[in-house]
Design a protein around this ligand. Structure first.
Ligand SMILES: NC(=O)C1=CN([C@@H]2O[C@H](COP(=O)(O)OP(=O)(O)OC[C@H]3O[C@@H](n4cnc5c(N)ncnc54)[C@H](OP(=O)(O)O)[C@@H]3O)[C@@H](O)[C@H]2O)C=CC1
Ligand SMILES: CC(=O)N[C@@H](CCC(=O)OP(=O)(O)O)C(=O)O
Length: 361
């Protein structure tokens, strides 16, 4: 297994601290992890897996990785061997698979960062109700992997359930208001739009170019699986049981999420109190860029980066706050956040391997 990274003097092998493996490296999230990990000075990718493309080179499936990775995809059938060989295993598999991996690796010192939903819920009965599969590892020691809000818990976690893409954008938008009790949490409406890479690499009719391009539609209204994830975080932050409306939309672009979140302000809450809540929550957060009251974040301004851009507006007629947040679904919404969590869990600088400027235009 030869990782091209080691041919460069700046990354001598003996200085690389953590051996990492990527399960589901042929997915969009897995491939994005490889892109980011390539520039991470303390991570060496030792195993990459695929069941459909075992034995093939990752760069043949993702030519943008040519010259960066010469690695061959392995099966994850011998997951224990992969676990023994790794300090961290990143999982980019469809939901339902990570819990089997987590169980199999339970007694090994390896730590797990799952990009899917299996380890995101405090209460696995919520997972079972929304994902319609039994949870086979309900007693796992796990934490919710939204770095800015659960940093302390992430530091020592064995299993990190990386936050979802719509949820990252939406929870970061709502968190300062929920934590400071400035909004009635049961009036929250989240209206979010995603680029199509959020649906993964497998072709589907709705994502076929003639049906997607020049089109714009909502889906899974009132029953999208990210609804309980947002509710869980808002409940954690506000201390109040929360039920929300969440409506996702598919937009004909490859990457990016824009989440528009509405909530009624509590009586007496002024625009200045809202401004202060965002400043207090995020002024020291490198990956959160506050555009301030009246700002307009856009997906292109965060594309390819781990930034979450946030702005808010107050409608004085309705006494509602409208928060806008933009992320790249594959970076802050998946692989970038996973590496941010990895950095926290390793005690590295949180920006390590992630300190890059968005691609523009
Ligand atoms: N795309 C996104 O924006 C985001 C994705 N995620 C999460 O990341 C995970 C991966 O998503 P994404 O990369 O988009 O999905 P893709 O559909 O692009 O990739 C899925 C990956 O899972 C593997 N896989 C599929 N079915 C099986 C199976 N039965 N057994 C073993 N491996 C399987 C595929 O490998 P192969 O077919 O080669 O064997 C492939 O590597 C999901 O849990 C998703 O929810 C999270 C946040 C954002
Ligand atoms: C555009 C699109 O289809 N998006 C996916 C969400 C992205 C994803 O993979 O889900 P997680 O973030 O929970 O892992 C969906 O709506 O199901």
């Amino acid at each position: 297994m030869y990782n091209y990274k080691h041919q460069f003097e700046t990354y001598p092998e003996e200085e690389i601290a953590m051996k990492v493996s990527v399960l589901g490296a042929t997915g969009y999230a897995g491939a994005e992890l490889l892109r980011i990990l390539y520039n991470h000075p303390q991570a060496e990718v030792v195993h990459i897996t695929s069941e459909s493309h075992t034995g093939e080179k990752i760069a043949d499936l993702y030519p943008h990785l040519r010259g960066c990775y010469d690695m061959v995809l392995e099966s994850m059938k011998d997951i224990e061997a992969i676990g023994k060989d790794s300090d961290f295993v990143f999982i980019g598999l469809p939901h339902g698979h990570a819990m089997k991996v987590g169980k199999a690796l339970e007694d090994l010192p390896v730590r797990i960062i799952d990009l899917g939903a299996d380890y995101r819920f405090h209460d696995t009965s919520v997972y079972e109700a929304w994902y319609h599969v039994p949870h086979t590892h309900p007693d796992a020691k796990r934490v919710y992997g939204l770095a800015e809000l659960y940093r302390e818990e992430i530091r020592d976690a064995k299993i990190i359930g990386n936050a979802g893409c719509f949820t990252t954008a939406s929870i970061l938008a709502l968190a300062p208001l929920a934590r400071q009790h400035l909004i009635d949490v049961n009036t929250i409406i989240v209206d979010a739009k995603s680029g199509v890479s959020g649906a993964g690499r497998s072709p589907k009719q709705a994502n076929h170019f003639p049906e997607l391009y020049d089109n714009f539609r909502a889906y899974n209204v009132a029953h999208h699986r990210h609804t309980p994830e947002i509710e869980q975080a808002v409940t954690d932050l506000s201390g109040e049981a929360t039920v929300i409306n969440f409506t996702p939309h598919l937009v004909p672009m490859s990457r990016g999420i824009l989440s528009t979140c509405y909530a009624t302000l509590k009586e007496g809450v002024t625009p200045e109190l809202v401004d202060a809540a965002f400043e207090k929550a995020y002024s020291k957060e490198f990956f959160i860029r506050l555009l301030g009251r009246g700002g307009y974040p856009s997906t292109k301004e965060v594309r390819g980066s781990n930034f979450c851009d946030i702005a808010w507006h107050i409608d004085e007629r309705t006494h509602r706050v409208i928060v806008l947040s933009a992320i790249d679904n594959l970076v802050k919404g998946a692989a970038g956040q996973a590496v941010q969590n990895f950095n926290i869990a390793c005690g590295f600088d949180e920006k390590m391997g992630l300190d890059f400027v968005p691609m523009y235009p």
